[in-house]
Write a protein that binds this ligand. Structure first.
Ligand SMILES: [Zn+2]
Length: 263
C-alpha cells in the first residue's frame, strides 16, 4: 500500500470526477491520503474531505502566497481544528515562497505568519508540512531554530540541493519526493534521493499538479505515485515493494497515524 502525503483533492480540477476518483483509491493500492490546505477555504474543504473518507487525513494551514487570508480569528480557527478534529494530522502547507513574492515587505509578512504557524504546530503538538521556493537560506535558518524547539516536519516538493537535504535530515526532518524525480531535468532531486537515507523519504503528488513522466503536464492524482516509486527504487537499488513499505512506515511515524499496513 502507498501513503500519499500531499494532495489537493478539493481543487476544482477534480470537480467532475472527485467521488469516482477517491472511491477507486483503495483498489489501486493508495491506502492513506493527506489532503493539504493552502488557503482557509481549502483548509476547511480538507477537513470536510477527511471526515467523508476513512483513508483521508487533513493538514490545516495557509501557504506563504496566501497569507492575506490570515488574522487572529483564523489562527484561532486553525488551533481549534487541530485540537478537536481527529483527522487533522499536520499544520500545512506553510513556509516561504520568494519566487512569486519579490517585495521585501511581503517576504517579511511571510516570515511572520510562517513563524506563527510553526508556533501553533508546537502548541498543538503536530508536525508541519513545509512549502519553500526560492527561499533556501531563510527556510534553513528558521527550520534550524524550530528543530531546537522540537518541531517535526517534512520539506514538501523538495527543490533545493542534496547537500541541504542532508542537513534537513540531520535536523530530524523528512523530504517529500514527487513527480519531479521522474523528469528528464529532475537531476537535482534524483541526487537528493541518492544522498539521503530511505527512512526520511515521503511519497507525494501535490496533485492536481506535478504529474510524473510519462504524464507530465496532465492532471495528476495519487494513482500515478507508482511511477515515482519506480524511479526511487531504481536510484536506491531496492524493490518497489521496499520503497512502498518504508515510505508507508515513515509517513505513519511522522504524522502519528496508526495505520497497519494492508497487503
Ligand atoms: Zn501543495
Amino acid at each position: 500500500m502507498i501513503f500519499e502525503t500531499h494532495a489537493h483533492y478539493e481543487d476544482k480540477k477534480f470537480d467532475a470526477d472527485r467521488i469516482e476518483l477517491l472511491s477507486s483509491m483503495k483498489e489501486n493500492r493508495i491506502g492513506r491520503i493527506i489532503n493539504v490546505g493552502s488557503t482557509m477555504e481549502t483548509t476547511r474543504a480538507s477537513v470536510e474531505l477527511a471526515k467523508q473518507y476513512d483513508f483521508m487525513y487533513a493538514a490545516v494551514g495557509v501557504h506563504p502566497s496566501e497569507i492575506e487570508d490570515l488574522n487572529e480569528d483564523e489562527m484561532l480557527w486553525l488551533e481549534n481544528a487541530a485540537k478537536s478534529e481527529k483527522d487533522v494530522v499536520a499544520i500545512g502547507e506553510i513556509g516561504l515562497d520568494y519566487y512569486w513574492d519579490k517585495d521585501p515587505a511581503v517576504q517579511e509578512k511571510q516570515v511572520y505568519w510562517f513563524e506563527r504557524q510553526l508556533e501553533l504546530a508546537r502548541q498543538v503538538d503536530l508536525p508541519v508540512i513545509i512549502h519553500s521556493r526560492d527561499a533556501a537560506a531563510k527556510t534553513m535558518e528558521m527550520m534550524k531554530s524550530a528543530a531546537k524547539l522540537g518541531t517535526r516536519a517534512v520539506i514538501h516538493c523538495y527543490s533545493y540541493s542534496a547537500e541541504q537535504a542532508k542537513e534537513y535530515v540531520k535536523l530530524g526532518y523528512y523530504i517529500g519526493v514527487g513527480g519531479v524525480v521522474t523528469f528528464k531535468n529532475g537531476r537535482k532531486l534524483q541526487e537528493t534521493v541518492e544522498a539521503i537515507p530511505m527512512d526520511r523519504i515521503l511519497l507525494e503528488t501535490d496533485c492536481p499538479y506535478m504529474a510524473p513522466e510519462p504524464f507530465r503536464g496532465r492532471r495528476n492524482d495519487s494513482m500515478m505515485i507508482p511511477y515515482i516509486v519506480e524511479k526511487i527504487a531504481e536510484i536506491k537499488g531496492i524493490s518497489t515493494k521496499e520503497v512502498e513499505d518504508i515510505t508507508w512506515d515513515n509517513a505513519c511515524r511522522l504524522f502519528g497515524v496508526e495505520a497497519p499496513r494492508e497487503e
